[in-house]
Write a protein that binds this ligand. Structure first.
Ligand code: UDP
Length: 422
């Protein structure tokens, strides 16, 4: 029997441009998982909010996997709390769409807190089991952030707690996240499945550094530190800029020899005005620290280009304050680029300190500067870490994620079938 899954991702579209506002690892995860499940004959419909006017209502992602855009309020970008306020409308329109098509679903797989409430209503309406993955947890996030910038803390944690209690299974990307689900949300560990994320080895693979730099038109002679990600405080980019300042203060000779390239965000208001403001803020920061000649912002790039940036870099910095998994680190590792990351969340399980990368405490620019200096100046260490990184990354593929998720679906559905027969 063909399984059919309703995948819910209210605010992150599997087709969205990556590296911009609210578009990152979760979009990649849903896209890659849906493709893999479809390849193995599991049909997937991904329901997401209609955000881009030029997107069609229904778009095929791969044979057997569709993205279905659902209106909730006028088409366009909304901050997360406005998306939240319109969830009842989203749910109603989704139900109407499904009814009109006459489809039914065996299971609901929901992503992030914003989808959890929709999942709850659908599960009751369709009498279908639901599974949940959070990608980031509100209580973990609020522990490391100064302020509740999105104004979501009050509602988010309650919704997450309820989803943990009511879902048939909760997927955690790492043991650390599983522990957080237990201690911060009281999760019953019997229903937490630890399934790490994956990487596409066809896209993220080693390329000779000079070749990659030539294709990108990057300077071939200087050493390069790379940052990739959404331009958000939680990604620690300001810590990295301070670390770069410290590195130059300790080793003034490196100023002419080491550059930082920042991939992510938007450079033009035509592309995305608020994102451009964030990059403009960082540029101010860079000017204040006299780092203009050493830092380049290249905006967000697609993953084929990104692979070339990883290959061009001598080291990839992942200075996040928290990270449920950390796809950027895994992608860099798959390209054979050593990572200096923070000892937080999934990065701790992904990187073995001194073997497949280096780990430093979060928000510690001093430690970050020292680790970057070591990796940049010690070619033997760099080769050792590059080798370890490649080897470690081999264990993580989307196919393996698909195997484990498909197995989880089957276990839940056969337990239900046994109950009905019993
Ligand atoms: N990404 C991209 N282009 C960019 C910046 C990021 O394609 O300009 C992708 C990157 O390849 C990775 C994802 O966005 O797959 C970021 O995932 P990660 O888990 O590192 O962070 P998140 O966004 O989930 O916090």
């Amino acid at each position: 029997m063909t399984l059919r899954i309703a995948m819910l991702s209210v605010h992150a579209c599997a087709l969205a441009k990556l590296g911009g506002r609210d578009s990152g690892g979760m979009n990649v995860y849903i896209r890659e998982l849906a493709r893999d499940l479809a390849r193995r004959g599991i049909e997937v419909d991904i329901f997401t909010r209609w955000r881009e006017a030029e997107d069609p209502r229904v778009q095929e992602l791969a044979p057997g996997a569709r993205v279905i855009h659902i209106e909730s309020g006028p088409i366009g970008y909304y901050p997360k709390m406005s998306v939240y306020e319109r969830l009842p409308e989203f749910t109603e329109k989704l139900l109407a769409f499904v009814k009109a098509e006459g489809r039914s679903y065996d299971l609901i797989h929901s992503h992030y807190w914003l989808s959890a409430e929709v999942s709850r209503t659908l599960a009751a309406e369709w009498a279908a089991p639901r599974i949940q993955m959070f990608h980031t947890l509100g209580r973990v996030r609020s522990e490391v952030m100064d302020e509740d910038a999105d104004g979501e803390n009050a509602v988010r944690a309650g919704i997450e707690e309820r989803a943990v209690a009511e879902s048939r299974a909760v997927v955690a990307a790492s043991e650390i996240e599983a522990g957080e689900l237990r201690t911060l949300y009281g999760a019953d560990m019997a229903k937490v499945a630890i399934i790490p994320c994956g990487v596409d080895p066809e896209v993220f693979r080693p390329v000779r550094q000079l070749d990659a730099r030539r294709i990108l038109g990057e300077d071939g002679s200087k050493r390069l530190i790379l940052f990739v990600g959404r331009i958000e405080q939680i990604k620690g980019i300001d810590v990295l800029l301070r670390a770069l300042g410290l590195l130059y203060a300790r080793r003034p000779d490196l100023k002419a020899d080491v550059r930082l390239v920042v991939v992510g965000g938007a450079l033009s208001p035509h592309d995305d005005a608020p994102e451009t403001d964030k990059v403009a803020d960082l540029r101010r920061h860079v000017r204040e620290q006299n780092l203009e000649s050493s830092v380049e912002f290249v905006g967000s790039r697609d993953q084929r280009d990104l692979a070339l940036y990883y290959a061009s870099a001598d080291v990839c910095a992942v200075p996040s304050l928290t990270e449920s998994f950390g796809l950027v680190a895994l992608e860099a590792m798959a390209c054979g680029t050593p990572v200096v990351g923070t000892r937080v969340g999934g990065l701790q399980t992904l990187i073995e300190d001194g073997q497949s990368g280096m780990l430093v405490p979060p928000s510690d620019e001093q430690a970050l500067a020292e680790a970057l200096e070591r990796v940049l100046l010690d070619p033997r260490l760099r080769m050792h870490l590059a080798h370890g990184a490649r080897e470690a990354a081999e264990g993580y593929t989307w196919q393996r994620v698909g195997d484990r998720i498909a197995d989880l679906y089957r276990r839940i559905l056969s337990a239900d079938a046994a109950k009905v027969e019993g």
